[in-house]
Design a protein around this ligand. Structure first.
Ligand SMILES: [Cu+2]
Length: 279
């Protein structure tokens, strides 16, 4: 089973065009395909293939897939205004055990993309950490000639502005070493700057990475088959392959620390900020 829709928005003068779909079997939550901003390709696909949860009590860990099977109601696509900007929102609402999850994506008229995972409810009365994995298969102005960069706490200039270090090989990083990342087209310099979201906490031993960047290989797109409750399995795709000027995939991981302080129903949000740059 699958649900899908084609978006061209705003209708009177479209800046965003893409296909969204949610496909059962190895579900990767809502997947956005062939995403174009002002006619320029920016993403081949963006999706959320995995959420892993670790409980301090020792229950679990769990791997929570977002699928049509646990979705409540249809995928909603609607416009709203916030902070003086028009957004197109695409979201789905899921129930897993006692958990409530909202997978919500904002597409702003100026090119910003804000994916957010909201969760509420308690599966076990215990402090726990959610790790949410977003997979961004960037194709900035096409698959070729893309480059990932990390913004280091440094003033050195490697040719892309102070502190911006080109990542020439597959790698993973934590926020302690870089406070932002970027994926650009090498020729035009256009692309996205990726910042950690305001609620995204530090990584831990259960998921040490804040990001991974790997070369694109079709067979490595495992969708919901990726990883287990115990390990994300993305390290297996990192083997020092050259990614300078290649087709690459950027993984962003949000760590949501949920402190148990008695029965409650509070919504918690996490997710990165993707800022359009020269697009
Ligand atoms: Cu929680």
């Amino acid at each position: 089973m699958s649900v899908s829709g084609r978006v061209s928005w705003p209708p009177e003068a479209p800046v965003w065009t893409f296909l969204w779909e949610l496909v059962d079997g190895d579900s990767e939550a809502i997947a956005f395909r062939d995403v174009r901003f002002r006619g320029k390709k920016v993403l081949h696909k963006a999706s959320t293939p995995m959420i892993r949860v670790r409980y301090d009590s020792g229950a679990g860990p769990y791997k929570d897939p977002l699928s049509i099977g646990n979705m409540q109601g249809p995928v909603k696509v609607y416009e709203h205004n916030q902070g003086g900007f028009r957004h197109l929102t695409v979201e789905s609402y899921h129930r897993i055990g006692r958990y409530h999850l909202i997978n919500r994506w904002f597409f702003r008229t100026d090119g910003h993309i804000l994916p957010q995972m909201h969760s509420a409810g308690l599966q076990h009365p215990s402090t726990h950490q959610h790790h949410v994995y977003w997979r961004f298969d960037f194709d900035i102005e096409g698959a070729a000639n893309n480059l990932a960069l990390a913004h280091l706490h440094a003033t050195s200039d490697w040719g892309y502005g102070p502190g911006w270090l080109p990542l020439r090989q597959e790698t993973w990083q934590v926020t302690a070493s870089a406070d932002a990342w970027s994926v650009i087209n090498k020729q035009s310099g256009a692309g996205y700057v990726i910042n950690r979201g305001p609620f995204d906490r530090p990584s831990d031993a259960f998921e040490p990475a804040d990001m991974y960047v790997v070369a694109y290989h079709g067979p490595e797109d495992l969708k919901g088959r990726l990883g287990t409750a115990h390990a994300a399995g993305i390290f297996a795709h990192i083997n020092n392959e050259d990614i300078d000027g290649k087709d690459l995939v950027f993984w962003y991981i949000a760590h949501l620390h949920h402190h148990y302080h008695g029965p409650e129903f509070e919504w918690h949000a996490c997710g990165p900020l993707l800022w359009a740059h020269r697009l």
